[in-house]
Design a binder for this molecule. Structure first.
Ligand code: ADP
Ligand code: MG
Length: 729
């Protein structure tokens, strides 16, 4: 057994970096080469077809058959020129991965010869069947088949020799079976609601879109070590392993120089990403050993999500070339930092304005404050829903851990804005504003920009932090499809902005002027949302107490947290906005419960197997050698000497034996609990049973194994240890 561990280590010691050359040193020369973007459309499409697609993209519409036929001609020409042989509809099922089913361009022509064909029909719509994806019961009750339809707003691209068409994935009766369909709906609701509010400030604003920059954290481990750890292969995280004596205490990895082999990997995936038009810009070492981060320049939300999904896929593929495995799991190693996916989010207008960036004059700053306060209010009112959108089995090991965003969703604003909002809350009243107050408020608001620049003390412990010109939502897990979080956030803000507009209009109708009405509603919102604003240390114990006093939710249970998707308040946000139907929402929650149960089940099985067939036999082997040693001592020494010499060894034998007995017992008990949970029909109750009665065994069993790891002869220990997984590359 231990041979695998040692041969893996030897392999790693002998690795050479895998180098490669880009076709040009200048990124702009190949950036987007594999994307059918507007520029290429202009070149390959007829004038008419180009105009139609451009309009569809701008208006978020889809194409009809005839229009699609026109586009397909140009697209095919481009794809064949770039060496594509197949095409696929590329979509985001509810698995957090992406899905593709390749079809050849190849067709048998009239005279029995082979031709390359690609029609408008298959461009806009396809029936991949794909009936094995999770649907939360939708497919059983309706139609077994699902179909995919082109999302024109996300450009077509080529990976290898396959033309990939980003699509939504829906059931035959129209229910969404993916993340993209509801995301597009949420974004279009947000657009509509935000434009209405913008009209108070600037009539030229006709479109508002969410912007998103996703920071992606990940771990790398060498391929050989990966294969020597069945828990990482099957569960993507270590289910056992004693902490390394040194890991991240000295913060010597964070922002350190990037190791050479890793650098080649990064350069290689950046190159692949750039060809696909993904604007990756930032790279650095993260806090934990062998942990890294990359981030692209922000883009429109839907595109940013597509690009992030594609980037993860690219990274996984390129890692193999470099004999690495990339781990996107939120907590691959216990006791050190986990990985997240910070969602830098803001709102931009067709006029080029960032609505969450302070402007240059009082008018644009009132617009800024309006959007800022509405975001705060939406996060306050939908606290539990927002948390539900990021929680899942793997992220639960990270959230609330002492380096990760806490389970309590609060907002950090910085002292300047906090004071400014307090000022508005204190000074504005229902009465008509005095000219003096008006001037004071305007002056205060007009001053924001220069002062905000100084306000750079960013609070790293906040799950939802304002960072000068955007919010940074840090609770999203590193393996997640950001859509789940973005659907909820954007829908909640859309709903909120709609309410805001209604409330302001009521006051205006009563005869107040617009600015006064806006101030009055803002004041109300600021007071109602006070509890969600928190400037202190989100990791501290005091905050947990304080948050409880404020009535902020802190649900420890994953299934219970997921169930908050279905509160009347959440339904108001997700169903009233038309983002989901009741059926769709319920089925999604069902999928989440099932995912949770299955993941715990897999981890429990893997740990049970490894405990019984890797660890226990190893411990017994070592124990046997100790027993032989004691017997030998007895043969050689007299009783008195033996008593003195064998004491420590006998103690070790007892300790090892006790751990073995406990491991055996706990694994048995865990299996029994699983059996009980497995017969529960209701998926919520089943998930709760897994969480309450199965999951705790994972830590208990592990504790005994980790103790054994410290005692048992290193020469026979079968699994690579933390110090090897984290420091060897
Ligand atoms: P840090 O680690 O300091 O938070 P990074 O440079 O790693 O910052 O990532 C910041 C991310 O925020 C980048 O993806 C950047 O493009 C993005 N970002 C900047 N401005 C906006 C904006 N207005 N809307 C959305 N994302 C933004
Ligand atoms: Mg960063």
């Amino acid at each position: 057994m231990a041979e695998l561990r040692f041969s893996a280590l030897r392999e790693v010691f002998n690795r050479e970096p895998v180098t490669f050359e880009t076709p040009s040193k200048i990124i702009s020369e190949y950036f987007g080469a594999d994307v059918f973007d507007l520029h290429k459309m202009e070149h390959y499409l007829s004038k008419e077809a180009y105009r139609v697609v451009k309009k569809a993209i701008e208006e978020g519409k889809s194409l009809n058959r005839q229009e699609a036929e026109q586009v397909a001609i140009g697209l095919k020409a481009w794809a064949l020129e770039r060496g594509a042989t197949h095409f696929t509809h590329w979509f985001h099922p509810l698995t957090d991965g992406t899905a593709e089913k390749h079809d050849g361009f190849l067709e048998i022509g009239d005279k029995g010869h082979v031709v390359e064909n690609f029609s408008g029909e298959v461009l806009v719509q396809s029936e991949p069947d794909a009936s094995s994806f999770p649907s939360g019961g939708i497919r059983n009750t309706f139609e077994a088949r699902g179909y995919t339809a082109w999302d024109v707003s996300s450009p077509v691209f080529i990976v290898g020799t396959t033309l990939c068409i980003p699509t939504i994935f829906v059931s035959y009766t129209g229910e969404a079976l993916d993340y993209k369909a509801p995301l597009l709906k949420a974004l279009s609701e947000l657009d509509r609601a935000a434009v209405e509010v913008c009209k108070y400030f600037d009539k030229n604003i006709t479109k508002v879109f969410g912007t998103l920059g996703i920071e992606q954290e990940y771990f790398l481990i060498d391929e050989a070590l990966y294969y020597a750890r069945p828990d990482i292969v099957l569960a993507e995280r270590t289910l056992m392993g004693h902490q390394s004596p040194k890991d991240q205490q000295l913060a010597d990895h964070y922002f350190g120089s990037i190791p050479e082999r890793v650098m080649w990997f990064i350069k290689n995936f950046e190159f692949e990403a750039h060809k696909l038009g993904i604007p990756v810009r930032t790279r650095h070492n993260e806090v934990a050993p062998n942990q890294f981060e990359c981030a692209p320049e922000f883009e429109e939300v839907n595109l940013a999500v597509d690009h992030n999904q594609l980037l993860m896929d690219i990274m996984k593929r390129v890692a193999r070339k470099h004999k690495f495995r990339v781990l996107f799991h939120e907590k691959p190693f216990s006791g050190i930092n986990g990985s997240g996916k910070h969602n830098n989010w803001s709102l931009a207008t067709n006029t080029g304005v960032n609505l969450l960036s302070p402007g240059r004059n009082p008018k644009s700053n009132l617009q800024f404050i309006t959007f800022l306060v509405n975001v705060i209010k939406a996060v306050n009112d939908n606290n539990e829903l927002i948390r539900a959108s990021v929680i899942n089995e793997s992220n639960s090991y990270r959230l609330g851990g002492n380096e990760a965003p806490p389970a309590i969703i609060s907002i950090f604003l910085g002292t300047y804005l906090t004071n400014m909002l307090e000022n508005i809350a204190r000074k504005v009243t229902d009465k008509k504003m005095t000219p003096a107050l008006k001037t004071e408020l305007k002056l205060g608001i007009g001053k924001i920009p220069e002062i905000l620049l100084d306000n750079t003390d960013r609070n790293r412990t906040s799950p939802f932090a304002f960072t000068g010109n955007r919010f940074e939502f840090r609770a999203v897990g590193s393996s997640a499809n950001c859509s789940a979080a973005m659907i909820v956030l954007n829908a909640a803000i859309a709903r909120q902005l709609k309410k805001f507009k209604e409330e302001v209009d009521v006051i205006i109708r009563k005869g107040r002027n617009k600015d006064e009405a806006i101030f009055q509603v803002l004041k109300k919102y600021i007071i109602e949302s006070e509890r969600v604003l928190f400037e202190g240390d989100g990791y501290s114990k005091e905050w947990h107490k304080e948050a409880q006093k404020r009535g902020l939710s802190n649900i420890a249970s994953v299934p219970e947290s997921i169930s908050r998707y279905l509160t009347p308040n959440s339904k108001d946000v997700l169903i009233r906005t038309g983002v989901f139907t009741e059926k769709e929402l319920e089925s999604r929650v069902e999928v989440e419960y099932e995912k949770f149960t299955k993941k715990v089940q897999i981890e429990a099985r893997v740990l049970g197997d490894l405990a019984i067939n890797h660890i226990v036999p190893t411990a017994i082997r070592y124990m046997t050698s100790l027993l032989e040693n004691v017997k030998g001592l007895k043969d050689v020494f007299n009783d008195l000497e033996f008593g003195r010499l064998a004491g420590a060894r006998k103690e070790m034998i007892v300790t090892i034996s006790d751990h073995i007995s406990m491991i055996k017992k706990l694994v048995n008990d865990m299996v029994e609990e699983r059996k009980k949970a497995n017969i529960i029909e209701d998926s919520y109750k089943k998930a709760i049973a897994y969480e309450k009665h199965v999951k705790p065994y994972l830590d208990e069993i592990r504790a005994h194994i980790d103790k054994l790891e410290l005692i048992v002869d290193n020469e026979i220990w079968p699994l690579p240890k933390y110090r090897e997984l984290l420091f060897t590359r």
